[in-house]
Design a protein around this ligand. Structure first.
Ligand code: APR
Length: 179
């Protein structure tokens, strides 16, 4: 499923982000950039141990929630990994939507700075961090669409959703944005 936004393409696929042939892959990391389970564990396993050592060397202070930092991608076919720290869901009243939107904008800016043609996002914050999938989809796709509307450089933005429930949530939101 895809739409065109400005000069860019925004698409949804169901699958494993580590298998994507695309310039940049976004990792749903924690603020210590310490590795973890979920998509973080999958990316580090696929990239190999150099990814964690590079991350620790370049960013010993970690990364603030709502922001992202870039490394190379080890054994992945991607060129870059953007380690993005989404918010923990605490009910929605402590700035979670702004932080989630901010982390998507930050990754999109990193993609342009690194001359990427394409970037793949997982559903940041919707696993261990507990963000409701439908609300995360609204914020992630809304922020991405707003960014692409004002970006002249053509970019492929692919959301790689791991399971059918997450894919369905994102697909419903993308359809509603088209109305
Ligand atoms: N490809 C794409 N998506 C995946 C993959 C994969 N290989 N593996 C898991 N996912 C999905 C999950 O199903 C979920 O929808 O990624 C989404 C985000 O889930 P988490 O990985 O749990 O990320 P998040 O909720 O942002 O929590 C981050 O979890 O692993 C730790 O170190 C990480 O502390 C951090 C926290």
């Amino acid at each position: 499923m895809f739409v065109h936004v400005g000069n860019s393409r925004l698409e949804l696929v169901q699958g494993d982000i580590t298998a994507q042939a695309i310039d940049a892959i976004v990792n749903a990391a924690n603020a210590r950039l310490a590795g973890g389970g979920g998509v973080d564990g999958a990316i580090h396993r696929a990239a190999g141990p150099d990814l964690l050592s590079e991350t620790g060397r370049l960013y010993p202070q970690g990364c603030a929630t709502g922001s992202a930092v870039a490394t190379t991608a080890g054994r992945l076919t991607a060129k870059h990994v953007f380690h993005a720290v989404g918010p923990v869901w605490r009910g929605g009243g402590v700035g979670e939507p702004e932080l989630l939107a901010g982390v998507h904008r930050c990754c999109l800016r990193l993609a342009l700075e690194h001359d990427c043609c394409g970037i793949a996002f997982p559903a940041i914050s919707t696993g261990v961090y507990g963000y409701p999938k439908d609300l995360a989809a609204e914020t992630a796709l809304g922020a991405t669409r707003a960014f692409l509307r004002t970006t002249p450089a053509p970019l492929l933005v692919r959301f790689v959703l791991f399971d059918s429930g997450t894919f369905g949530a994102f697909a419903r939101v993308l359809e509603s944005l088209l109305d």
